[in-house]
Design a protein around this ligand. Structure first.
Ligand SMILES: *[C@@H]1O[C@H](CO)[C@@H](O)[C@H](O)[C@H]1NC(C)=O
Ligand SMILES: *[C@@H]1O[C@H](CO)[C@@H](O)[C@H](O)[C@H]1NC(C)=O
Ligand SMILES: *[C@@H]1O[C@H](CO)[C@@H](O)[C@H](O)[C@H]1NC(C)=O
Ligand SMILES: *[C@@H]1O[C@H](CO)[C@@H](O)[C@H](O)[C@H]1NC(C)=O
Ligand SMILES: *[C@@H]1O[C@H](CO)[C@@H](O)[C@H](O)[C@H]1NC(C)=O
Ligand SMILES: *[C@@H]1O[C@H](CO)[C@@H](O)[C@H](O)[C@H]1NC(C)=O
Ligand SMILES: *[C@@H]1O[C@H](CO)[C@@H](O)[C@H](O)[C@H]1NC(C)=O
Length: 297
């Protein structure tokens, strides 16, 4: 009798053990399933951004620039109202100020201090913006293929690379350039938010952005500040509807940025305050323009 009871007890214990084991396997599977689902959803949300960005570019209704007035009217407006527009850097030269860049420190576009990434293209020994972003707490990559200087760490948060940005990967007489996508990959930053993408690249800004729109517009969906110095030169009465006209190409760029949900934050004559008049329109060789793109939550 006692032996029978013991047998029954063992049976119960074994059944309970099997049950617990099964439950554990199931739970583990459940975790694996959740993990799998999470992996799927991140990759599909990335896939979604790729599809979204490409559709945004493809369906962007690009109009030629009817005249120069329209160009300056666009610049002379605020699309993104910012309460805390803050200047980073800026050096005073005898006759003008240069190198200052503006950022919006309002949520959700503010670079999160201690967790922000800055790409600064075009230094020419003027480090004030890079230094300011580094002391704000960002990880800064400073690029300039034309500076006669070895790659080095300027300070704990600043890495200097002898590399430039362009519309293809190539070597040229003064250094090498790569595309935005190539550089992000090379630095291991795929899928990271770029809090400030600064382009001060002496006229190559248009072809560089055209390459990104054409090949990898999704990269821009993780850029929150895009600060570009444009170098169209002074307008001289040329036909702005011509596809090769530099103001028209810039206008096209502005429209693509709009389709990718960038909003104009700031603009200024550069170098400040050097400008001249053309038929009542104040102009310079170059302009400083900053757009912001509120990141997806
Ligand atoms: C420029 O083009 C706009 C839009 O087509 C038009 O409304 C405006 O009158 C034009 N301005 C000049 C000065 O031609
Ligand atoms: C810019 O806009 C202001 C009004 O917001 C206007 O007074 C000024 O004339 C405009 N300047 C240009 C260059 O369009
Ligand atoms: C703007 O942001 C900076 C940095 O967070 C802060 O120090 C400053 O007080 C802010 N200014 C305003 C007007 O909110
Ligand atoms: C570098 O960034 C960190 C935050 O990421 C910040 O705490 C530190 O002060 C910065 N260092 C320098 C030298 O600016
Ligand atoms: C550029 O030159 C380097 C050698 O200096 C070579 O390794 C690299 O493949 C070249 N890159 C391109 C895109 O031609
Ligand atoms: C944008 O950044 C997020 C978060 O860092 C990342 O999950 C996503 O893959 C990135 N998207 C692209 C297109 O790189
Ligand atoms: C400007 O160029 C366009 C073609 O892009 C042409 O159709 C138009 O006639 C030109 N306008 C003038 C005033 O030459």
């Amino acid at each position: 009798m006692l032996r029978e009871k013991k047998k029954a007890l063992w049976k119960i214990i074994i059944v309970v053990l099997i049950f617990v084991n099964c439950a554990m396997v199931l739970l583990k599977d459940d975790n694996a399933f959740v993990l799998y689902e999470r992996l799927l959803s991140t990759s599909s949300s990335r896939g979604d951004m790729v599809a979204w960005a490409r559709a945004a570019v493809n369906s962007c209704n690009i109009e030629p620039l009817p005249n120069i007035t329209v160009f300056f009217k666009y610049l002379n407006q605020t699309e993104y109202p910012c309460k805390n527009l803050t200047k980073f850097g800026g050096a005073i030269f005898p006759k003008f100020v240069d190198g200052d860049k503006w950022a919006c420190l309002d949520s959700p576009v503010a670079p999160p201090p201690s967790n922000c990434l800055v790409y600064s293209f075009g230094i020419n020994f003027e480090w004030s913006f890079d230094d300011a972003m580094a002391s704000y707490g960002c990880e800064v990559y400073s690029f300039d293929p034309t500076m006669d200087m070895k790659e080095h760490k300027r300070s704990p948060n600043i890495t200097f690379l002898k590399l430039g940005i362009g519309n293809s990967a190539r070597n040229f007489s003064r250094g090498k350039v790569d595309t935005l996508g190539g550089i992000i990959k090379k630095l291991g930053h795929v899928g990271r938010r770029i809090d400030y993408l600064k382009l001060d690249i002496e006229g190559m800004e248009v072809e560089t952005l055209e390459e990104v729109f054409k090949n990898q517009p999704e990269l821009l969906t993780n850029v929150t500040h895009l600060g570009v110095e444009i170098h169209p030169g002074k307008y001289n009465g040329a036909n702005t509807t011509q596809p090769t006209n530099i103001f028209n190409r810039l206008w096209k760029t502005f429209q693509y940025l709009g389709c990718l949900e960038f909003q104009l934050l700031y603009w200024a004559y550069n170098p400040y305050p050097s400008y001249s008049m053309w038929k009542g329109i104040k102009q310079s060789c170059c302009y400083e323009i900053v757009w912001v793109r509120p990141p997806p939550r």
